[in-house]
Write a protein that binds this ligand. Structure first.
Ligand code: GLU
Length: 469
């Protein structure tokens, strides 16, 4: 269960700690830290049985140093104004850390989505979008939502359709929201993007000799024991790619219990079981442990909290045995826990870097929508023809035929998915090196380094605008 934490306080404490390592004036730092605007709304939902229920929802635009602002919409009973503001702030910093040209926003609807039918969820989503349109809180150049906890491609299609019907600019309307189904203007690879980005970030850290030596771990992912909390979209894909790279998934925790197995669980198999039955309970090739929070304290190399905030707190941080905590969720570690874990020499890969793969590929989707062309469409055939000519020239020069699989893989042009994944990998690797360098220079941890990176980049923009001469 989510721990009741002072999430906004935690984000601001991390900001303040990092701000001390910069030289920006106090007023500028305040402007970067504060949330620019929040729209709190309440609207009625006519339920399927005819009764009326009032729904509470929010959208926070943390900053406007770049346009549009960007961030997901979550459907969760924990949603509150402070939570949405904290998440919007993280989005501003996250975009800056991975050099995505957006400022941060976040939306939330305070519901447990399991208690509503599909048609009720559709009515909620459409009404929420309508509210955003009315208050100018959505648009391709204004504020662009995306999926988050409890929402997915289907909800984004409803957002798009509602916006599209109300929009005066149908040409660019698809860029009003990202994470859409591919047939509705989505981009290939967006669904897997956050988990894939988490994988790239962990891979970079595990190949850093100095960092691994400090932890007493071997270099690389091979054989690393991983526990993941939350088998939603992000947790599933992160675990899946890690497993493909040779890591062993020894635990998967969900709300109602955790599956554990020393020999490793097959993530795909568990995912199919969960999809078909709605639960991991009863899965035969693992032991079920309850309560599921025990999984956070079990022996492993990498712990991936991929659910909600406040999961690792002062209550359990002393007992966490993992050497690396990879924050796939937003804000899973409270600032008190962060302090405890650092003293215990645990490596924390911070959310504002590690889960930025989602917004990175959202950026690619937004570009695709505005350019009205699929990535690779103009160049794929040209690349493949050129590469095939090169391969033919090699065969002629060497007098040897190349293997068919070599011809098939090298002799092909890049599809959209290849371009998206390579853009994501480049973004995650580049940003890791940026924050690692800052951490070395300032002799600080990666979270503080990531905040410093974000603050510096945003400060430059304000200075260039002449707002803070
Ligand atoms: N909800 C995701 C996040 O927290 C994605 C946001 C986006 O793609 O705009 O980063």
């Amino acid at each position: 269960m989510p721990h009741t934490s002072d999430f906004l306080g935690d984000v601001n404490r991390s900001f303040t700690k990092a701000a001390r390592l910069t030289k920006h004036p106090k007023g500028l730092l305040e402007q970067i830290c504060m949330c620019n605007s929040v729209y709190a709304m309440e609207f009625p939902l006519v339920r399927d049985d005819g009764s009326i229920r009032v729904i509470q929802a929010f959208r926070a635009e943390h900053s406007h140093h770049k346009q549009p602002s960007k961030g997901g919409i979550r459907y969760a009973p924990t949603v509150s104004k402070d939570e949405v503001v904290a998440l919007a702030a993280l989005m501003s910093y996250k975009c800056a850390v991975v050099n995505v040209p957006f400022s941060g926003a976040k939306g939330g609807v305070k519901i447990n989505r399991n208690n509503f039918s599909n048609s009720e969820l559709e009515r909620i989503t459409r009404r929420y979008t309508f509210e955003l349109v009315r208050k100018n809180f959505i648009g391709p150049g204004i504020d662009v939502p995306a999926p988050d906890y409890g929402t997915g491609a289907r909800e984004m299609a409803w957002v798009f359709d509602t916006y599209n019907q109300l929009s005066h600019n149908p040409l660019d309307a698809a860029a009003c929201v990202t994470g859409k189904p591919v047939g509705q203007g989505g981009v290939h690879g967006r669904r897997e993007a956050t988990g894939r980005g988490v994988f790239f970030g962990i891979r970079e850290a595990c190949h850093n000799k100095k960092a691994m030596k400090k932890l007493g771990l071997d270099i690389g992912l091979e054989g690393k024991r991983v526990i993941v909390q939350g088998l939603g979209n992000v947790g599933f894909h992160a675990a899946y790619y890690l497993q493909e790279a040779g890591a062993r998934i020894v635990g998967i925790a969900e709300m109602n219990g955790a599956l554990v197995s020393k020999d490793g669980l097959d993530v795909r198999d568990v995912g199919i079981w969960r999809r078909e039955r709605g639960t991991i309970e009863g899965y035969p090739k693992g032991r079920l442990v309850q309560p599921s929070s025990q999984a956070l304290e079990m022996d492993c190399d990498i712990l991936i909290p991929a659910a909600l905030e406040g999961q690792i707190s002062s209550e359990n941080a002393e007992r966490v045995q993992a050497r690396i905590i990879a924050e796939a969720a937003n804000g899973p570690t409270t600032s008190e826990a962060d302090e405890i874990l650092r003293k215990r020499n645990v490596l924390l890969l911070p959310d504002l870097y590690l889960n930025a793969g989602g917004v990175t590929v959202s950026y690619f989707e937004w570009l695709r929508n505005l350019s009205h062309v699929r990535f690779g469409r103009m160049s794929k055939r040209f690349e493949s023809n050129t590469q095939q000519k090169i391969l033919a020239a090699i065969e002629t020069a060497t007098g040897k035929s190349l293997a068919p699989d070599v011809l098939a893989t090298i002799g092909k042009g890049a599809d959209e998915i290849d371009i998206v994944n390579s853009g994501l990998e480049e973004t995650m690797v580049f940003a890791y090196n940026e924050i690692y360098e800052i951490a070395q220079q300032k002799k600080t941890d990666l979270r503080t380094a990531a905040f410093v990176s974000a603050i510096d980049k945003i400060a430059v923009l304000y200075n260039e605008m002449g707002i803070f001469p």
